[in-house]
Design a binder for this molecule. Structure first.
Ligand SMILES: Nc1ncnc2c1ncn2[C@@H]1O[C@H](COP(=O)(O)OP(=O)(O)OP(=O)(O)O)[C@@H](O)[C@H]1O
Length: 681
């Protein structure tokens, strides 16, 4: 039997080339794609109301008989309003349709239909506006609503899906083995596919959804594990000697136990394992990840190999470069910086030194992965904040060496269940301890009317030699309407509030070397106050800064606020985060209160995901995962269940290549877009 994924949608009745092109816009090319194109939402037509029970403004379903023929009236601009009255045993109501010249031919006088829509009223009484409808003979049900595109309404998708489902053979092979389904109470695939599109009641819909969501997450879960276990082959790099103790003597502080554990996990991977290291070091803001990375880089360099450290921003690359330069100034290690902002001649020189091996460690931005950059013997790639890069760029960096080791640093706390999947291809070390003598940052919420007090507080901190950040959003996005523009804000501060205090300003529209100069002056305490946009969000490290004021705090997500707050509390002095917001809505206040009540990044990430959903949580950031068709990353319960099932499958079947679960393997290949056979073959 030919695969339903190989059967084009144009083979269905009523779908010619033009329609097929519209389906393609929705990502549907084959009959199989159509079956997997699940409804966006549903209209509940199973709860039928009597007309006399309807309330104004509600969306409801009625079962009623068309009393009059449809009356079309032309109004200005050639538009049409169609009206008709319908009745049931309890009363009657008028239906109003806009600009649909076919209504009169679709609704038969005397015919009985279900009508689903929103009620409203005019001087003649209650109306239902543009209801969707279906003949009453079909029986009550829950109706699917599909994502649509111009020229292809949900109804057309629905009828194509009906045809597609009728092509499903009476017995289809299920990727989830019976033993797994029975143990975890999941319905068969065929039933799930029918019921997700056309459920008869909510119970059926829930059963179908649970099955499909769980399967998709299990497939993702196993796929990520598979990447970790099989993607990298055997390493030929000969790194044999551990220099981490020697490295510690270069540090101005003693490493925390958590830092030491993370280093020793990495060294163990590099020296004792046959496949290259694939490790994530995750630690909350300010936990000291840079020192861990530096230690591993040192061991690799002392063994005669090169390392590359890729940072997400120019500011951060330069900051790390300076830290590394300082650390290694009395050693034989040569450190280089390669960023897009350097002069062409400087870049050329660095690239030459990387190719001939005279530079041991290079810190940089995306410039590191351009084709022009070549290494003599790259053995370790470090990326900071990997989910900003995406899997493809990470692969490009790895491609610069001969199967080098990979170390990923992440400060973004991701809810645990989600982290297990997102980083499923990596081993994880967690730094769950802050350096000693750190005090938790005190966080308070203030309105702009209280700004005077906030400035007084900054003045007193500055008097004691400490420094402050003031963050105002969105200069780089040019959205200057009601939001304080950083430049105006800074000018105002300098003139009015702090005429005797050195105030710097940094934002995304400045040239890299201008930004660098401002950051240098702030780091060296030439500026006491830094007015900034979110360019300082990631990684900026000035331990003497003890206050961060965040204007329009309601505009930021909680995780982002946590990152910003992490810019203070990095030294031994008590630090403060002052959130300014005038938005009084309950949800806004609740969100900001979370910041005041905890300093734990993981708790905040959980709350953030719960409150905003995964789309906003990740924002424009790449999480590098395949596109899901039904699963929702905020659904912690399903994530946990899928994790359990994936464990069970690995225990029971041993390897993803086991023939008994070949259909599951095919689903993994399909999800990760490598083709393959699957259940709809
Ligand atoms: N064990 C330690 N004892 C004392 N200070 C430390 C220790 N480890 C790191 N530090 C200092 O703590 C500060 C934060 O370290 P680092 O910049 O590595 O944090 P991070 O984990 O990268 O944080 P973020 O994700 O917020 O950038 C630095 O000034 C660093 O020198």
């Amino acid at each position: 039997m030919t695969s339903l994924y190989k059967t084009p949608v144009s083979s269905l009745n009523g779908i010619g080339e033009k329609r097929a092109a519209l389906f393609a816009r929705l990502g549907i090319k084959s009959v199989g794609d159509l079956i997997n194109f699940y409804p966006r939402t549903y209209e509940d037509w199973s709860n039928i109301k009597h007309i006399n029970e309807l309330e104004y403004g509600e969306t409801a379903c009625i079962k009623a008989i068309v009393a009059t023929s449809v009356n079309d009236t032309r109004i200005s601009g050639g538009r049409i309003i169609s009206k008709t009255a319908v009745y049931d045993d309890t009363g009657s109501i008028q239906l109003v349709f806009f600009n649909n010249k076919y209504i009169s031919s679709m609704l038969r006088q005397g015919g009985e239909y279900f009508f689903y829509g929103k009620t409203s009223s005019d001087s003649y009484g209650m109306q239902m506006l543009s209801p969707t409808f279906a003949p009453a003979i079909k029986g009550t049900q829950i109706r699917p609503i599909y994502r649509q595109t111009a020229g292809l309404p949900s109804k057309s998708v629905e009828s194509a899906v009906r045809q597609a489902l009728s092509m499903l053979p009476s017995k289809i092979n299920d990727p989830l083995p019976d033993a797994v389904r029975e143990r975890f109470d999941l319905c068969p695939l065929r039933q799930a596919l029918f019921d997700i599109h056309f459920p008869k009641n909510c119970q059926q819909l829930e059963t179908a959804r649970k099955r499909l969501v769980t399967e998709e997450l299990v497939v993702l879960n196993l796929g990520m594990r598979n990447l970790r276990d099989h993607s990298r082959g055997v390493t030929s790099l000969k790194i044999t000697k551990d220099y981490s103790e020697e490295f510690e003597s270069l540090l101005p502080f003693t490493m925390t136990n958590a830092q030491k554990r993370a280093v020793s996990d990495c060294i163990n991977d590099i020296i004792n394992k046959s496949s290259p290291m694939n490790r994530l070091v995750q630690g909350d803001v300010g936990s000291g990840k840079t020192a861990v990375a530096a230690s591993v880089c040192y061991t690799v360099a002392k063994n005669g190999f090169q390392t590359a450290f890729m940072a997400p921003t120019e500011i951060l690359a330069r900051q790390h470069y300076k830290t590394f330069q300082r650390l290694f100034e009395n050693t034989d290690i040569k450190v280089g910086l390669l960023t897009g902002a350097l002069k062409e001649s400087e870049k050329k020189q660095i690239r030459k030194s990387l190719a001939d091996g005279s530079i041991d460690m290079v810190i940089g931005t995306h410039a590191l992965i351009t084709d022009k950059t070549e290494f003599k013997n790259l053995a370790l790639a470090v990326t900071d904040e990997q989910h900003r890069f995406g899997v493809a760029q990470r692969a490009k960096l790895l491609g610069k060496g001969n199967n080098p080791h990979l170390l990923v640093m992440s400060a973004t706390p991701i809810p645990r269940t989600l982290g297990l999947i997102i980083f499923g291809d990596l081993d994880i070390s967690i730094i769950d301890e802050l350096p000693p003598s750190r005090k938790p940052v005190k966080t308070v919420l203030r309105t702009s009317a209280m700004r005077g007090g906030v400035y007084d507080f900054i003045r007193s901190e500055v008097k004691h030699g400490r420094q402050a950040y003031i963050v105002c959003p969105l200069v780089e996005e040019g959205e200057l309407d009601d939001v304080a523009s950083a430049e105006e804000y800074a000018a105002d501060l300098m003139l009015r509030e702090f005429p005797d205090i050195a105030v710097g300003i940094v934002h995304g529209q400045m040239k890299p070397d201008e930004k660098d100069e401002v950051m240098r002056k702030f780091a060296e305490n030439e500026y006491s106050v830094l007015v900034a946009t979110t360019v300082i969000e990631v990684g900026v490290d000035v331990p003497n800064a003890t206050v961060i004021v965040i204007e329009n705090a309601e505009r930021f997500g909680l995780s982002q606020l946590h990152q910003l707050r992490g810019r203070v509390g990095r030294g031994s002095s008590q630090s403060y985060c002052i959130l300014i917001s005038d938005k009084g809505s309950r949800t806004t206040r609740e969100r900001l209160e979370v910041m005041c009540s905890t300093n734990n990044g993981f708790v905040i990430a959980d709350e953030d995901l719960k409150m905003r959903g995964p789309g906003d949580f990740f924002g424009h950031r790449q999480h590098g995962l395949p596109q899901m068709s039904i699963a929702d990353f905020a659904d912690t319960k399903s994530l946990e269940l899928s994790q359990k099932i994936a464990d069970y499958i690995m225990n029971r079947y041993g390897d993803i290549r086991n023939d008994e679960i070949r259909l599951l393997k095919a689903e993994i290949d399909r999800l990760f877009d490598r083709g393959g056979q699957n259940a709809l073959n």
